[in-house]
Ligand binder design. Sequence first.
Ligand code: 15L
Length: 275
Amino acid sequence: MLREPVTSIRFGRLLLTGAAGGLGRVLRERLARYCDVLRLSDVAPLGEAAAGEELMPAALQDSAAVRALLEGVDAVIHLGGVSTEQRWEPILQANIVGTYNLYEAARLAGVKRVVFASSNHVCGFYKQSEVIGTDTPPRPDGLYGLSKAFGEDVAQLYFDRYGIESALVRIGSSFPEPRDRRMLASWLSYDDLERLVMAVLTTPALGCSVIYGISDNKTRWYDNGGAAHIGYRPQDSSEPFRAAVEARQPRLDLGDPTTIYQGGAFVRTGPFTQD
Ligand code: 15L
């Protein structure tokens, strides 16, 4: 059951890339309420188009297809690309070439706002004993985090040169509930994800701004003070799940890199090999 819409503002046409992925499926249902037409894209099957939906499958490395995707849209929610640690080649194609293609297509089509799904893994090698802010320099924990750091730089370049506004949303862990002790800090509920995306789309002046995609968790490694202008107010917290999570995982190995660093298991996930 969806909650009430978080805003009465409506858009003409929104583009959601990565619409067949985990968060894409969550936002597909929710974003439909805020626009006349929701254009959905992915390389994976998207199923049947519902009323008000427009399906445009595309590979992000295909610049012509991406140009067509951006035509006639008011704003983009860019979730597309590789979302886990993988070999370099798919990351290069979807996240490096693909993100460049997306911004270049936005420029050509005159699209002025992008919600860029970045990741906490841009900063995964900061420690869990640190609280990092929106101006903290990247410290990627792998090739995936590195590619998201590149995407953030592309967004900054296209803002400085062409005025395309972006939110660089360093998403924590967006799942129905926190799965482990780490996610007590990194969790983002689906309702808060919707609140965050809509805050980014509707704030009058966005600029090119980093914001951490987290709920109002009691344990926190991220300070969103520098993104207060976006007006995102999370309303959920991982705290109600704490007892169950701690019961499942009562002891942590405090010397384990996955407990030391914010990126968790990503800090030692490979392979970092060429094809
Ligand atoms: C991410 O960036 C991944 O896309 C997601 O699958 C989770 O693993 C998340 O980070 C996380 O750090 O929990």
